[in-house]
Design a protein around this ligand. Structure first.
Ligand code: LLP
Length: 467
């Protein structure tokens, strides 16, 4: 349902000197009315790096990462009955060499899901001990890459994979470090496509059917494998702690069953999925400082009551670290008043990107907001829809937003909270080049990923690339 203009106008923020906490840390409105990222105005960034542009606030990213690391370290210390915790950044949310370096500097490990993500992490300086590999269909080459680099955690996703891991390990003369991904049956998360722990979907091994236990036993009994523990990931964009805690208890119960029969389970990984605010009016998400002690208390109470050791705990946040740290800048192109059935009109504002740089609105119906970034306008606000340049009517960037009536071609719009699953799910639909990613931080700007050129797009086409 459309939201009213008065509701929407509350979302439009920012007089000179004022910016809400909803935006990344380095964002301010300069005296001249332009949105600034640290020392750089939106228009400077676009003239230097092209439009559209993903801007990653590196200080914000680093800050969010260290907040998770310290919250988990405070709640899960090492020694005196506790075995510590690891925060592993889900690189699928956003990966660039510099972002990976920042994540490592902040004390994060890295969660990868393909040879592409794993290879990038290794090239950016990560070592096996800092890495995990997921995937419901890992190739032999992916397993080999992980095992040969002594990746700390390989997450088994099927019974068949236990055997394959064993063969590859034996061939390489190594012992693969293995966790079993468990489908705990807890349904959580925003859109159905991003809920991952209910029965009847492709990830993991089900708890209810006994397959998860079977895989754990077979991995633990295998001389070529080093069985470390159990993993679950219940979905994404989850805002309340209860589903995480319920899933944690289910994993702990399976651990108890294994411990009782003499199988050691030193580690548990509870995955990612911590939600963020996409609109300033969204409820505040779970903070690490709130969540980590609750998770620790649940685990400690359970283990103490059963006189079990407390496992080493891992989590894998992606979106909650990088999502709010990213903003996409677009340039406004055509503006149209489209008559509606009720006699009113809707302003359609077309920008120079769209579903190729942010698939989330088309894929999940995800909501975003947008802000005029290159100046402040005193004109009245109009109910507007920001759309992309692709050949689909579902190519929507922001469904409903209040934008000034004097918005014109060439203006810049800033769309916040696009740091996660924006660049990483970008495509070349309509042969549109993917935008650059720049990082701003510590008073500097640096190019993380250069903008694609049309030549890049054509390079793989054998008829035209050889001309
Ligand atoms: N761990 C595992 C095993 C995962 O599969 C995922 C996300 C994460 C961690 C990180 O989840 P996060 O903390 O970022 O929510 N493309 C979707 C989300 C799909 C996420 C898939 N797995 C989106 O744009 O919302």
């Amino acid at each position: 349902m459309d939201r009213s203009l008065s509701q929407l106008s509350k979302l439009a923020c920012c007089e000179p000197g004022e910016v809400s906490a909803f935006w990344p840390w380095s964002v301010t409105r300069g005296e001249e009315g332009e949105l600034r990222f640290g020392n750089f105005s939106a228009s400077d960034l676009l003239s230097q790096f092209g439009s559209p542009l993903y801007v990653l606030d590196e200080d914000d990213f680093f800050g969010r990462a260290t907040v998770w690391v310290s919250a988990m370290a405070e709640s899960f210390w090492e020694g005196y009955g506790m075995s510590g915790a690891t925060v592993s950044y889900a690189t699928k949310a956003f990966a660039s060499g510099y972002a990976i370096k920042l994540a490592l500097d902040a004390g994060l490990s890295l969660d990868t899901a393909t040879a592409g993500e794993l290879g990038l992490a290794l090239r950016a300086g990560a070592v096996g001990a800092q890495l995990g590999l997921h995937g419901n269909n890992k190739s032999d080459a992916e397993l080999e890459l992980a095992i040969s680099h002594d990746v700390a955690h390989i997450y088994v996703d099927s019974l068949e994979e236990v055997e394959r891991l064993s063969h590859v390990s034996a061939r390489l003369g190594k012992r693969a470090n293995v966790m079993v991904r468990v489908t705990t049956g807890v349904h959580a998360g925003g859109h159905d496509f991003i809920a991952t722990a209910h029965e009847d979907q492709k990830f993991g091994l089900s708890l209810a059917s006994g397959q998860a236990e079977q895989a754990a036993r077979s991995a633990a009994a295998n001389e070529h494998l080093n069985f470390l523990g159990l993993h679950c990931h219940i979905g994404s964009q989850i805002l309340s702690p209860s589903a995480f805690l319920e899933s944690a208890l289910r994993l702990l119960k399976l651990r108890s069953v294994l411990l009782e029969s003499g199988v050691e389970v030193p580690e548990l990984n509870f995955g990612g999925g911590y939600g963020v605010r996409y609109l300033p009016s969204d409820p505040l998400p779970l903070s690490p400082a709130e969540f980590a002690p609750r998770l620790a208390q649940t685990i400690r109470e359970y283990c103490l009551s059963r006189q079990e050791s407390v496992p080493h705990v891992l989590i894998e946040p992606g979106r909650s670290i990088v999502g709010p740290a990213g903003v996409t800048l677009y340039q406004v192109g055509s503006i149209k008043e489209v008559p509606l059935e009720d006699g009113t009109t809707r302003t359609y504002v077309s920008v120079d990107g769209g579903m190729s740089d942010n698939l989330r609105p088309a894929l999940y119906g995800a909501s975003y907001t947008a802000l005029l970034a290159n100046r402040v306008s005193r004109e009245p606000l109009r109910l507007s829809r920001v759309v992309g340049k692709h050949c689909e009517s579902g190519d929507i960037v922001v469904r409903d937003v209040a934008l000034p009536a004097d918005l014109q071609r060439g203006d810049i719009l800033a769309v916040p909270v696009t740091g996660a699953y924006g660049s990483s799910m970008a495509s070349n639909y309509n042969l549109v080049p993917r935008p650059a990613v720049v990082g701003v931080g510590a008073g500097q700007v640096r190019l993380h990923i250069r903008r694609e050129s049309e030549e890049d797009l054509w390079a793989r086409d054998l008829l035209v690339s050889e001309k």
